[in-house]
Design a binder for this molecule. Structure first.
Ligand code: TRP
Length: 333
């Protein structure tokens, strides 16, 4: 039997999942688990580089485990786990800290951005974050790591670290390729179509747990464009607001842009906005209901992430043992 290629992806549970996450990568994961041997984990160790409220962090991680399953990630068919449950991440993270250069880390754009945003808390973890992320990846020897544009630099430094390590000790790590998913729409904020949908602007953001009335309100208030033609036409440069709504509508209904333009010809924005809102409500309804059902079933959820952590640990520990041996640590026996 041909071995499936290995794919790994980590998600930081630092905000509530929203429509942008869903229509971007998340929606395509169920297809990926058919094709690849997939590891998905909640990167909780990474979140504490920014101060978190403990109760909220705990609730978010559990909610997101439930949401991934509700979005169609069958935990029998992939390895779904919580990063802090697999100690090998922190252990390999430390080793890789020692093979990652101060200069390289200083050049990371995400570090520079985040440091500028939180001047009062430029902690060492924020700085060494890429080495931990490299450990996350390399432990599982994946063939590729699907990431957004903003994480590409992190996958590149991971490859550099892996190549450096392999250069000294031989072929320990597989060199992973970044994989910028071609499918998946880039969804913009509903009230500011010049920036990506993000939970830092709540009125422009539809979370997966929003109530239908909130979703409808947000779509009704969505910013459209101040052009004179006021017709539903896809033109991202001229008409970013309407084009964003068309993208969303296309993604949730499966209709093409042309079909949408035709259906709303002569109807203006007033009819279009609530139609998009309603279509989104119907897409998200089963996900929200299933998430709530799973969250009420603590025993099931615990079973899922426990089994996930066990499966992940077996693979991760094998890599870690190899690394420890290569660097010269005495085996505990
Ligand atoms: N840094 C990623 C983000 O902020 C999350 C992440 C942590 C990750 N470890 C990873 C992604 C390993 C891919 C692989 O989105």
């Amino acid at each position: 039997m041909e071995e499936k290629k290995v794919m790994l992806s980590g998600i930081q549970p630092s905000g509530d999942l929203h429509l942008g996450n869903y229509l971007g990568p998340l929606r395509h994961w169920p297809e990926m688990i058919e094709e690849f041997d997939c590891y998905f984990f909640l990167a909780d160790l990474h979140t504490i580089t920014v101060r978190q409220d403990p109760a909220q962090l705990r609730r978010r991680v559990l909610t997101q485990v439930a949401q991934y399953i509700a979005c169609g990630l069958d935990p029998e068919k992939c390895t779904l786990f919580i990063q802090s449950h697999v100690p090998a991440h922190a252990q390999l993270g430390w080793v890789l800290d020692c093979y990652t250069m101060f200069g390289e880390l200083s050049r990371m754009t995400q570090f520079k951005d985040k440091a500028a945003k939180q001047k009062e808390n430029i902690n060492a973890g924020l700085f060494t974050y890429p080495a931990l992320m490299a450990a996350d990846i390399l432990l599982y020897q994946p063939d590729f790591v699907p990431v957004g544009e903003d994480q590409k630099q992190h996958v590149e430094i991971c490859r550099d670290i892996a190549e450096r390590f392999n250069g000294i000790y031989g072929e320990v790590f597989k060199i992973p390729a970044p994989h910028i998913p071609k499918v998946g729409a880039r969804i913009m904020s509903l009230n500011d179509p010049s920036s990506k949908m993000s939970k830092s602007n709540l009125e422009g953001c539809v979370t997966l747990m929003d109530k239908p009335e909130d979703i409808l309100r947000k779509f009704k208030r969505a910013v459209t464009d101040s052009d004179t033609e006021r017709c539903v036409r896809f033109a991202p440069q001229e008409k970013p607001g309407v084009s964003n709504l068309i993208q969303i509508y296309a993604a949730v209904t499966g209709k093409s842009f042309e079909e949408i333009e035709e259906a709303f010809a002569g109807k203006g924005y007033g009819a279009f906005k609530p139609a998009v809102g309603e279509a989104v409500v119907e897409t998200l309804r089963p996900i929200r209901e299933e998430t709530e059902r799973l969250l009420a079933d603590k025993a099931y959820l615990e079973g899922v992430y426990k089994a996930g952590a066990e499966r992940a640990s077996r693979v991760a520990e094998k890599t870690l043992r190899k690394v420890y041996k290569k660097v010269g640590f005495v085996p505990r026996g």
